[in-house]
Design a protein around this ligand. Structure first.
Ligand code: PSU
Length: 281
């Protein structure tokens, strides 16, 4: 016979799970239904192929847009964005580049929208989680950073997000308090972020400390070292390591099953970038 307290505890855990777990990718996904309604109301807009994949439970990979607007000049940024989307497609997943266009959060961009964003460059608002409400309310065009991209990906049930480098703790951050909101988002939003670490201009040891404080699972893929975006060598050790896609899947599965708020950040060296899509599950 089951102990009543245990049953109550299980119910509480299930309730918590509904709040913190990413929405499942299916037509019955309540987030999708909300998104559909929001779409009708001029809210979140999901591109056709992305919507179709989410409804059918097929793999979708979120991509950020600040790297397009602020990371490179036009037209290299446009070409690179298209190339990254093509790599995702070749690997059997649907790419969903996320941005806010004229106040509308868009999950997946048409080619002309991608070009518009690339041409706008730094005139697009660099939009982190803090800025989302303002950019939408003012009907502005915002390029989403890692934190804002994770926010929208989780809202529509996308569980994997691929980018170059994430933000981190800036040097002298101990006095300036300049810590990227990417790090706090990683601690609160259950989206697996596949990236090449942080740039060496940031304070990597403090970035790792902050990720630990936020409860973020940081895993090196095929490396013991935390990569520094342009180079696999930072001199800082990654807290843990996996070597196969199956190990990655097991860690992600464990995080969800155990309902931990320790979400997964997989760090890759740049040379592994073409291999990242093996992580889609
Ligand atoms: O090497 C780079 N890392 C990160 C970014 C972008 O900058 C954001 C972090 O900005 P901040 O440090 O202001 O939080 C990241 O999420 C990403 O969008 C970038 O352009 N270049």
């Amino acid at each position: 016979m089951e102990w009543g307290g245990s049953r109550r505890a299980q119910t509480r855990v299930a309730t918590i799970a509904r709040h913190i777990s990413p929405a499942p990718c299916s037509a019955s996904n309540p987030f999708m239904q909300v998104s559909n309604q929001m779409n009708d109301n001029g809210g979140i807009q999901i591109k056709g192929d992305v919507r179709d994949a989410l409804e059918r439970g097929l793999p979708v990979v979120a991509l950020e847009s600040t790297i397009i607007s602020h990371g490179m000049p036009y037209p290299q940024n446009f070409e690179t964005a298209k190339e990254v989307e093509a790599i995702v497609r070749e690997s059997g997943a649907v790419p969903a580049t996320i941005a806010i266009l004229d106040g509308v959060p868009c999950i997946g961009l048409e080619e002309d929208e991608l070009r518009k964003l690339a041409q706008l460059g730094k005139r697009a608002i660099k939009t982190s989680r803090r800025d989302i409400a303002y950019v939408i309310a003012k009907k502005m065009t915002g390029a989403t950073t890692v934190s804002a991209t994770m926010f929208f990906a989780a809202k529509v049930g996308i569980n994997v997000f691929v980018t170059g480098g994430i933000g981190g703790v800036h040097r002298e951050g101990e006095t300036t308090m300049d810590v990227s909101s990417d790090l706090t988002e990683l601690g609160r939003t259950a989206v697996t972020v596949v990236c090449a670490g942080v740039k060496s201009i940031l304070d990597i040891p403090r970035t790792l400390e902050y990720l630990e404080t936020q409860g973020v699972t940081v895993v090196g893929y095929g490396t013991d070292e935390f990569p520094a975006f342009f180079t696999p060598r930072s001199g800082c050790k990654a807290p843990s390591r996996v070597d196969t896609p199956e190990e990655c899947a097991a860690i992600t599965g464990t995080s969800y099953v155990a309902l931990l708020t320790a979400y997964l950040l997989i760090e890759l060296t740049v040379s592994f970038m073409n291999g990242i899509l093996f992580f889609i599950f």
